[in-house]
Design a protein around this ligand. Structure first.
Ligand code: DX5
Ligand code: ZN
Length: 213
């Protein structure tokens, strides 16, 4: 399993150093939460921030777009140094085309699903994605509680993945701590995103990542 700490809980005035610190602490990927004030209420960062962070670490950049019209920004995030680029199925009418465009751009495509959306929405495109991002909170903020019922959804997603695309990663995003992380992996997840757990751990980031493993 892989651990992808989310920068959402980091100090935004020094993101470059925060990315370097995550690499030092043993993160597998760094998770960037991009929010536009429309798809979700907050506004966070864009491609220029990702580009500047790219100088500070070599590990894969896992970019989670919580934005409307994600198709307009694919090249900008590619040029900025993203590795994975994930779009919400709820944010586009043309998820199949967007995933295809992301792959054509040379990035690994991911599809994200909100807690209130049926798994069937992503089933037709699981074959076209490298990553399925299962939201276990409603996107927009760090530090929320893992939603009950998410574990059953993860189990169902894992069954679909085994049938349709065994190389698909299943990434759990929102409310991950040592307990919900362990349960998610037991139900078939392959990647854990964690923001507040990593940044509020009393023994620091390295201990938090080790505890998740
Ligand atoms: C929520 C973001 C998550 C969030 C996770 O909108 O997509 O990546 O930062 O934060 P925690 O781990 O605190 O729930
Ligand atoms: Zn995220």
């Amino acid at each position: 399993m892989l651990v992808a700490p989310s920068l959402l809980s980091a100090d935004f005035s020094r993101l470059g150093e925060e990315v370097a610190a995550l690499e030092q602490a043993g993160a597998d990927w760094v998770h960037f939460d991009v929010m536009d004030g429309h798809f979700v209420p907050p506004i966070t960062i864009g491609p220029r921030t990702v580009e500047h962070c790219r100088r500070y670490a070599k590990l894969p950049f896992d970019v989670h777009l919580m934005i409307e019209n994600p198709e307009r920004t694919i090249e900008a995030f590619r040029d900025a140094g993203a590795t994975m680029l994930s779009v919400h199925v709820e944010a586009t009418r043309h998820i199949h085309r967007v995933l295809d465009t992301i792959r054509q751009a040379g990035l690994r495509p991911g599809v994200c699903l909100n807690p209130g959306s049926p798994l069937a929405l992503v089933e037709p495109v699981l074959h076209d994605a490298d990553l399925l991002v299962m939201m276990c909170v409603n996107p927009g903020w760090g530090g929320q509680k893992f939603i009950d019922g998410s574990l059953d959804r993860i189990k169902a997603a894992r069954a679909l993945r085994d049938r349709l695309n065994p190389s698909l990663d299943i990434e759990i995003d929102g409310g991950v701590n040592a307990a919900t992380g362990r349960q998610s992996i037991a139900n078939g997840a392959t990647v854990l995103v964690a923001g507040s757990f990593v940044y509020s751990h009393p023994q620091g980031k390295k201990a938090a990542i080790q505890e998740l493993r």
